[in-house]
Design a protein around this ligand. Structure first.
Ligand SMILES: [Zn+2]
Length: 229
């Protein structure tokens, strides 16, 4: 997508969706944002949370980075982008749910499994490798299982395991642990969402979700009944 296409898209947005939702944008500007859901998603250009969830401006607080991982809480004085975003969403915005939004055919998960950046220096793959070390124990488990059985789909297994690791890591943040409750259906409220068959056939993708409820999140509609379609 060349830069001029971005400018054209911006002009279309100003003429179309922005005008159509002018009242919403004005209210958000005047009153501030009050999203109820934080979504942590992958940077992958094929998986846009706003499109997949059909969300309007102001409805979701979104963090995107490689493989939608949540790092553990590490109060070491260094720069922690993900931790800052989670802290802001939970303690300042008071969101009710943190949704980990994994996806199929994730390049980050693939890199973790292949070990392609295992010995790469930083700025040449090393940052990616270090980031994906968040799920290193899970990768080792999946790789061992795959070595024992040809039936194990290692990519899919690690995509699911990464979501579990992220939910567990969320709970290493004291402000999440203090407010956190498990979901109603499953200990980790691990969910799968399948696109409609026609859409799935086009993209070959399936999305995966897990939700960490926070205190006061009554009437959560992020459950199997609403997402398993
Ligand atoms: Zn990905």
């Amino acid at each position: 997508m060349p830069f001029n296409a971005l400018l054209d898209g911006y002009r279309r947005f100003r003429r179309g969706p922005y005008q159509e939702q002018r009242a919403r944008y004005d209210a958000l500007a005047a009153l501030g944002q009050k999203p109820r859901v934080m979504v942590i998603a992958c940077c992958d250009s094929r998986v846009d949370p706003s499109i997949v969830f059909d969300a309007a401006p102001g409805q979701m607080f979104v963090l995107r980075h490689i493989a939608a991982l949540v790092p553990p809480c590490e109060p070491d004085g260094k720069h922690h982008s993900a931790s800052a975003a989670i802290e802001y969403a939970v303690t300042q915005l008071g969101i009710d749910h943190v949704v980990i939004f994994g996806h199929g055919r994730c390049g980050g998960i693939q890199a973790s499994l292949s070990g392609q950046f295992a010995h790469a220096p930083e700025c040449n793959g090393g940052f990616i490798h270090h980031w994906m070390e968040i799920i290193e124990p899970a990768r080792e488990q999946v790789a061992a299982a795959a070595a024992l059985s040809p039936d194990v789909d290692a990519q899919r297994a690690l995509e699911l395991a990464a979501i579990r690791v992220s939910i567990d890591n969320l709970r290493t943040f004291p402000f999440v642990r203090e407010r956190g409750t498990r979901g109603p259906d499953d200990p980790r409220h691990l969910l799968r969402y399948r696109r409609r068959p026609a859409a799935r056939a086009r993209s070959g993708e399936r999305q995966l979700f897990a939700c960490q409820h926070l205190r006061g999140a009554g009437g959560c509609r992020l459950n199997r009944r609403t997402l398993l379609r």
